[in-house]
Design a binder for this molecule. Structure first.
Ligand code: GLV
Ligand code: MN
Ligand code: MN
Ligand code: MN
Length: 401
């Protein structure tokens, strides 16, 4: 049986090697953060690394029709497979841990299982889900949403990036066939359980190095268009202006106040201004609201109030309903790991999408600063190794079932 302390020490060298290999990929020289956006050169480098890890271990490697990468210890055709993994893409100037920690830990856990001769009787799969962050095309968890059919294939193909390139064109450019997108019933039917390990992202684990997820808050993205009229900054009287910027600014402050009093979260993190000239009154401000709350009714009311008060034209671009992770699986993990904290999160994950189709659980690794989606995101190495050991213990148990 995997002994957590011994396993953490055993995993150290392999973890450090994989981590060092990934660390330079897609790192932005000015911010020090990562720009590993879907179907870019940095993403291709991450994907090449994944394939290399799979092949070096003699795992069967494949890419599914939705662009997700898979590595299998044995043919999953007979079903009952246990799958672990996460994603390798990032938000703009994201940290090193969000995503990659789960993929590196998956390979490190597999190595531990092999070293201890505890590989079990079921097939083990390691997955790298494509485009988890939605940094480029606006919708998060594209790979897992397509796989489960939560995102329509035609809608996905038509999503565009800020430069006007469609997701379909970007995939084609990266050598993938976008006509193959869609719900992957066959693959889903082979998976008995999915476990994603992820950095916790919110300083909620306190003194505990690891925890188990109970739920994901409902969350969504809304596009706000504030319309105005472009005009000369030097000749248009203040009272004659149709300037959308003050309405946008008011909406930002309003959203903050309303979220504070509702005990919810509201963020305008992305803005586009047209024509974006210092000496021109804008013709349009487009801003994206990300809002989340523990209670779906609170979230719905909050976004409705922000929308109404803003006067903007508002379109909901994506929405993820509340996710309650599989109860028995969650309890089994918590029990195996000796009563670690069980906690909800406001962050979205592929596990939240998979949960609609297969029994799913998440393991969290402590994020001591609570900073994430930032170059300053951090997790201590001993906590990461405790995560690997915990994942190996959980997989050992599930694989033996
Ligand atoms: C993804 O990381 C999200 O929660 O936005
Ligand atoms: Mn993220
Ligand atoms: Mn993530
Ligand atoms: Mn995420």
């Amino acid at each position: 049986m995997i002994d957590p302390e011994r396993a953490a020490a055993q995993a150290e060298e392999g973890f450090a090697r994989m981590w060092a290999e990934l660390l330079p990929v897609g790192r932005h020289s000015r911010s020090g953060g990562y720009r590993r956006h879907a179907w870019t050169a940095a993403d291709a480098e991450c994907r090449a690394w994944f394939e290399e890890q799979a092949r070096a271990r003699g795992l069967a490697y494949e890419v599914d029709g939705n662009g997700n990468q898979w590595a299998w210890s044995a043919d999953p055709a007979a079903g009952g497979a246990i799958v672990t993994g996460s994603h390798l893409d990032s938000v703009p100037d994201g940290g090193a841990f969000d995503g990659p920690l789960g993929v590196v830990s998956a390979f490190a856990a597999l190595d531990l299982l092999r070293e201890t001769g505890a590989a079990g009787s079921r097939p083990l799969g390691i997955v790298n889900f494509g485009d988890e962050e939605g940094a480029r095309f606006g919708v998060a968890c594209v790979g897992s949403r397509l796989m489960t059919g939560v995102l329509d294939a035609d809608r996905a193909r038509a999503l565009t990036d800020d430069g006007g390139m469609s997701l379909a064109a970007a995939m084609e450019k990266a050598g993938r066939d976008p006509s193959a997108l869609g719900r992957d019933e066959e693959r889903l039917s082979k998976i008995a359980a999915f476990v994603e390990l992820h950095v916790e992202q919110g300083r909620n684990l306190g003194d505990a190095p690891i925890g188990v997820a109970s739920a994901i808050w409902p969350h969504g993205r809304w596009r706000f268009d504030f319309h105005g009229q472009a005009n000369h900054a030097g000749t248009t009287r203040m009272e004659d202006r149709r300037d959308p910027m003050p309405a946008f600014a008011a909406a930002v402050l309003d959203a903050r106040e309303r979220a504070l009093s509702a005990g919810a979260l509201a963020t305008f993190g992305k803005v586009a201004v047209e024509p974006n000239g210092t000496n021109a009154i804008p013709s349009r401000v487009t801003a994206w609201l990300d809002s989340r709350a523990a209670d779906p009714a609170v979230l719905e009311a909050l976004v409705a109030e922000i929308t109404r008060a803003s006067g903007a034209e508002v379109v909901r671009e994506s929405y993820t309903p509340v996710v309650d992770f599989d109860g028995p699986l969650r309890d089994r993990l918590a029990g195996l790991l000796g009563g670690v904290p069980v906690l909800p999160t406001g962050a979205g994950h592929d596990a939240g999408i998979l949960a609609s189709a297969v029994p799913t659980a998440m393991l969290f690794v402590r994020n001591p600063t609570g900073v994430s989606h930032s170059p300053e995101e951090h997790a201590e190495r001993p906590d990461c190794l405790a995560g690997v050991a915990a994942l190996a213990r959980v997989l050992e148990d599930l694989l033996a079932d």
